[in-house]
Design a protein around this ligand. Structure first.
Ligand SMILES: C[S@@+](CC[C@H](N)C(=O)[O-])C[C@H]1O[C@@H](n2cnc3c(N)ncnc32)[C@H](O)[C@@H]1O
Length: 267
């Protein structure tokens, strides 16, 4: 599957997604690091302060982040994916870890977190992101691969809702500041079709006959659609105040219970 993903990315079919991620600001000059007039650093004059730190959580084999400018850390639960990433992208740091557990990363140390088509650990993201850092989420957009899904009778649920669901899940810790839809048609040849089918979970459960029919196609034009969400951490002060007020309410409730003076016993 990893080989299939790599070939598919290398074929250029997802280049617009990669470009949009770069545009989102994962460039040193896009981040205000106290030296916003500094020119874009050249590889020969690396200045660590001018580079953002980027965590790609659920990075797969690193195709989206491996050659981003910056101090890139890629993390994935799959050893095989990370092995491929380390061989190909030498300047990044690659970690095999379960992104849904405590992350082996210091508090408030990351400028950008990238999470594309991967599980999201919003509490840990909130802990490790700098106060002015950004969380960038990539989810499938409306009609993503609709032509193939139709041929394979693969029901992927309502892709229209994916971005709203992602924003809602992050809402306790993060506020959405930008949402961008990327949608384009891509003509795929038979090798690309075969790779895409292998790398896309919604096709794994399709009926064998339907898959065979699709694999016999010599080409197909598909819609590729992603939504990229940019989020920022909510004001930690207000979060703390919320927590304190919830704690206060819990204390009041439990002291009422202990004294038998719940709201009803007052009447
Ligand atoms: C659909 S792939 C996306 C890979 C990459 N973000 C991209 O868009 O090219 C999902 C990735 O999430 C990883 N993953 C799934 N569960 C994970 C977890 N709990 N912790 C870290 N990575 C996880 C998988 O191993 C896989 O590489």
């Amino acid at each position: 599957m990893i080989q299939a993903r790599r070939r598919f990315f290398d074929s250029g079919a997802f280049d617009p997604l990669r470009d949009l991620i770069l545009e989102k600001g994962l460039r040193p000059e896009a981040l205000d690091l106290g030296n916003s007039t500094a020119p874009e650093p050249q590889a020969s004059s690396l200045q660590p302060k001018a580079f953002p730190s980027i965590l790609d959580c659920g990075c797969g084999e690193g195709a989206l982040s491996g050659d981003l400018p910056g101090n890139v850390i890629g993390m994935d639960i799959s050893k095989e994916a990370i092995r491929h990433a380390t061989k190909r992208y030498k300047q990044a740091t690659w970690i095999v870890a379960n992104g849904m557990r405590e992350l082996p990363i210091a508090d408030r140390s990351i400028d950008f977190i990238l999470s594309v088509l991967a599980p999201r650990n919003t509490e840990e993201f909130s802990r490790i992101l700098k106060t002015d850092g950004k969380l960038i989420l990539g989810v499938p957009g409306p009609n993503h691969l609709i032509e193939l899904r139709t041929l394979l009778n693969a029901n992927a649920g309502d892709f229209e809702e994916k971005a709203n669901e992602a924003a809602a899940k992050c809402a306790p810790q993060f506020a959405e500041t930008n949402r961008e839809l990327l949608s384009y048609s891509q003509l795929l040849n038979c090798e690309q079709i075969a790779d895409l089918i292998q790398m896309t979970p919604i096709f794994w459960t399709s009926a064998t006959e339907a898959k065979t029919r699709v694999l016999e196609l010599t080409k197909i034009e598909v819609t590729i659609s992603f939504v990229l969400l940019t989020l920022v951490g909510r004001d930690p002060g207000s979060r703390l105040r919320d927590q304190e007020s919830r704690l206060q309410q819990l204390k009041i409730k439990s002291s009422r219970k202990q004294s038998g003076r719940g709201p009803h016993s007052l009447c």
